[in-house]
Design a protein around this ligand. Sequence first.
Ligand code: GAP
Length: 450
Amino acid sequence: MEKKMEDIVSFAKRRGFVYPGSEIYGGEPGLYDFGPYGVELLNNIKKSWWRTNVQLKENYVGLDSAMFKDPKVWVASGHVGGFADPLSECKQCHTRVRVDKELEKIGVHADEKMSKEELNELWTANNQKIKCPTCGATDWTEAKMFNLLVKSNLGDFEEKGDAPVYLPGEACQGIYLNYKNIVDTCRVKVPFGVAQIGKAFRNEISPRNFLFRCREFEQADTELFIRPHENKGSYEQMKKERMEWWVSLGIAPENLRFKQHEHLVFYANDAWDIEYNFPSYGFDEVEGIHDRTDYDLTQHMEHSGVDLNYVDQAAGEKYVPWILETSMGMGRCFLAVLSEAYTVEKMEDGAERTVLKLPEELAPVKYAVFPLLKNKPELVEKAREVYKKLSQRYMCEFDDNGNIGKRYRRQDEIGTPKCVVVDFDTLEDGTVTVRDRDTTEQVRVKIDEL
Ligand code: GAP
């Protein structure tokens, strides 16, 4: 059966995975909340990512940096000056559109390096061919640059005459700010990496496609500090490892692909995306792998006045390391995993069932425990005992509501790999029925062997 994103979006809400942000106030575009099953899945993806990128890598360490940073950080990083989208507004209904994206749709390329005047000329020459997506008019304002950083206020930064404080436009800046601390305190030697999962905020003009383009999201980043010009081999290795991780999430290799950037953002020397084939949307970016050269550390060295050179005593060398980055949108990864696992299938008896075919490691609930009958206190008591025992090690759920078939369906929908049923034989011989999510086969197992 063909998967449709609209079905996945409504499933995600109906089964407590993702709720629209501030919904009782009408909802806010580009903001979402992860519900009880969603947070479990999200945390399991994070655990898998952390294990792969920190625990299993001898030369990588983890970090969790503060979101608020000195305002100068975002000037040094180039975001205050260059992190902007060109916008135009429909004069009839005030809908805003991204000028470069709209031009792209009619086959006109707006180069990143164009001046504001050049871009506006291109827009004016072509915008009669572009219809407003809301009202259909072709009456547009001039193209204006719109900075994506989200402003906030904190303490007295503004009173001191500094730039306003910003929420992080990208999570990785915290890693650059702590590079020296880590070198000084952690016995790391180039090449070494730092991994972090952190929030990012962007004033996206048109948040769209559910979790795909949000205004608040999480990024899982690794930054590998290397000797200058030693980027080639490590970069290829990095691309290979990242793709392997995506496949380890249960995603079919044919639904993943690499795409090299033709137009590089201001800090990159080379950039590749991993793309996932989303239902309804098609292939789109889920992770960026960037060769950032010495751009970041050089900028922070100049703006902070602190020497960020790396000193290799043994080799008698001193240099500003280059950085190879992997940056994954956690929400996009969540959406890819959910989309891949979401399956509607016909059963042997002709009935349909929805099942999340998640790898066991990612399933929000690992075991669901049921007493066969709700009105038999001895079965309920025994089932609670089994539930308590398994909960010591696994995320479990207890369910005594409705017939067994309905309880199985509820667990299939949220991807629970095993359902454990306590019946009258359990009271006699200490065995339970264990039913498998994918095959629906049932086996008899001793409680102690679960
Ligand atoms: N530090 C590098 C960086 O921020 P990016 O390509 O702008 O690079 C990295 O972002 C990843 O973050 C993207 O591949 C995407 O998965 C995710 N991402 C970016 N903007 C997003 C948004 N508005 N909503 C959700 N995820 C986003």
